[in-house]
Write a new protein. Structure first.
Length: 153
């Protein structure tokens, strides 16, 4: 199925830092134009299916997947501790994009466009594998909060 990408809003969206980050994460083997085409076709599929603004849906999905803390392993006195660490905004967005693309790649479908479309729709509804990953990380950080005093940075 060939989809026309004539919408100027989608073309302008590609110039934003969020879209550049998403495209660079999606890119394989330095093929940026293919990654841009995949993202634009996914946005067009979202618009056809839901009749909503796909850029808002993408932003909502990324905001829903963004973690607040992550767990890092720190070696202290010969023992390894899982220490919860609050995240900067850039790292939160990067992790959200990474998890969305990874969970889309795990799906069994014929086209990456459809996989990304489905995962973004699920993420915007607080469902899907990327949301499960976020909840797992938060649960692990909550369980390890007793070791938060080992954080020195």
């Amino acid at each position: 199925m060939k989809i026309q990408i004539n919408n100027k809003n989608h073309q302008n969206f590609l110039r934003t830092p969020l879209a550049k980050k998403f495209i660079n994460r999606l890119m394989l083997g330095g093929k940026k134009s293919i990654a841009e085409k995949i993202l634009l076709e996914s946005l067009s599929l979202i618009q056809l299916k839901l009749k909503q603004n796909p850029i808002r849906l993408l932003i909502k999905g990324i905001n829903n997947v963004k973690p607040i803390v992550e767990v890092r392993s720190i070696r202290m006195r010969g023992a390894n501790y899982q220490v919860p660490i609050p995240l900067q905004e850039n790292r939160r967005i990067s992790l959200a994009i990474k998890w969305i693309i990874e969970s889309a790649n795990k799906k069994k479908s014929n086209s990456i466009n459809v996989k990304i479309k489905d995962e973004l729709i699920l993420a915007s509804k607080n469902q899907g594998d990327s949301i499960k990953k976020k909840l797992t990380v938060h649960r692990l950080a909550n369980a390890s909060r007793a070791f938060a005093h080992y954080r020195w940075f």
